[in-house]
Design a protein around this ligand. Structure first.
Ligand code: NDP
Length: 291
């Protein structure tokens, strides 16, 4: 019996950079793969690797019990699903398009209404990493549904199932990316600041990288403080940070660097003082950020 015959079939809708990598990974793992993309030209390379092209999204949905959707935005997914109505009945839809927890819950409700099962996914990898040792995907939705497809989905990389609430995969995904964007913005602001004195960013990065790495070592302690609600610190109090922070905004201004990114932090520190959290550590900020 050919290897393909014993592996479950998968349909992949959306063959951008990521969708193409996903389809190629399923093919490489020996799954029969049906592909569809709005611009049909993009199916070519996958068909050359053994995928079957579907003429319409409905044909793609009909071809496999597992239907993976990877489009640019949630709006694109909504638009696509609107054309499918009951074509997904009896199928499992795995949507790995970037979106919000609320959007995932809305899609899960749509799927339930149309007789389909829904798993939401958050991909923690770039296309080149898919199926490699460092790629993983968050999944959320009904445990049984996920378990039924876990092995197939493991063709993409690690599988991290985070719960039955379909919104959780997007929450974990966005939370990790939030940490990343915060780091990126801080790094860019630091580079912008040193470049005002013609210090090469490459030279400064030799100081910056170990500094940020060392500071990140505090993250587990902040996490413990946040979980326990005990924010008192003898390391770096909010009062000390509040006293120093105007110097950052003044230096940005004096050196000709925009301060938009950091002004909100001054407002948070002011609020911390007004609400009596002077002696607390930086971990208190996570509480202050909640509405
Ligand atoms: P691309 O821009 O390469 O591909 C976008 C895909 O969406 C294409 O297949 C495109 O079709 C399709 N599309 C766009 N608009 C519509 C529409 N109105 N109807 C139907 N199809 C549409 O993006 P990626 O593949 O890189 O990203 C896809 C998703 O994966 C995104 O949500 C992204 O955030 C997520 N992701 C991407 C990562 C990455 O590193 N690239 C990492 C982790 C997640 P067409 O070819 O016809 O334009």
């Amino acid at each position: 019996m050919p290897v393909n015959a014993i592996k479950p079939a998968v349909s992949v809708l959306g063959l951008g950079m990521m969708g193409s990598a996903l389809a190629a990974a399923f093919l490489k793992a020996g799954h029969p793969v049906t592909v569809w993309n709005r611009s049909p030209a993009r199916t070519g390379p996958l068909v050359a690797q053994g995928a079957l092209p579907a003429a319409t999204p409905a044909d793609a949905a009909a071809a496999s019990p597992l239907v993976v959707v990877c489009l640019l935005t949630n709006d694109n997914v909504q638009e696509l699903l609107a054309t499918l109505s009951d074509d997904l009945a009896g199928r499992t839809l795995v949507n790995v398009t970037n979106g919000t927890p609320a959007q995932a819950r809305e899609l899960a409700a749509w799927a339930a209404k149309h007789g389909a099962k829904y798993i939401d996914g958050g991909i923690m990898a770039v296309p080149q990493m898919i199926a490699g040792p460092h790629a993983y995907v968050f999944y959320s939705g009904p445990q049984q549904t996920f378990d039924a497809h876990r092995e197939t989905l493991s063709a993409l990389g690690g599988t991290k199932y985070v719960g039955t609430d379909p919104g959780l995969a997007a929450l974990y995904d966005l939370a990790l990316l939030t940490g990343m964007y915060g780091m990126v913005l801080g790094v860019m602001q630091a580079y912008a600041l040193v470049r005002t004195e013609d210090i090469p960013a490459t030279e400064f990065s030799e100081l910056l990288v170990p500094w940020i790495t060392a500071m990140l070592g505090g993250a587990p302690r902040w996490a413990e403080a946040i979980d326990s609600g005990r924010h008192l610190t003898d390391v770096s109090s909010l009062a000390v940070n509040h006293a120093a922070f105007p110097n950052f905004l003044a230096a940005f201004h004096d050196q000709g660097v925009r301060s938009d990114l950091f002004e909100p932090f001054q407002a948070i520190l002011d609020r911390a003082m007004a609400e009596g959290y002077e002696a607390d550590g930086l971990s208190r900020i996570a509480d202050l950020l909640r509405q």
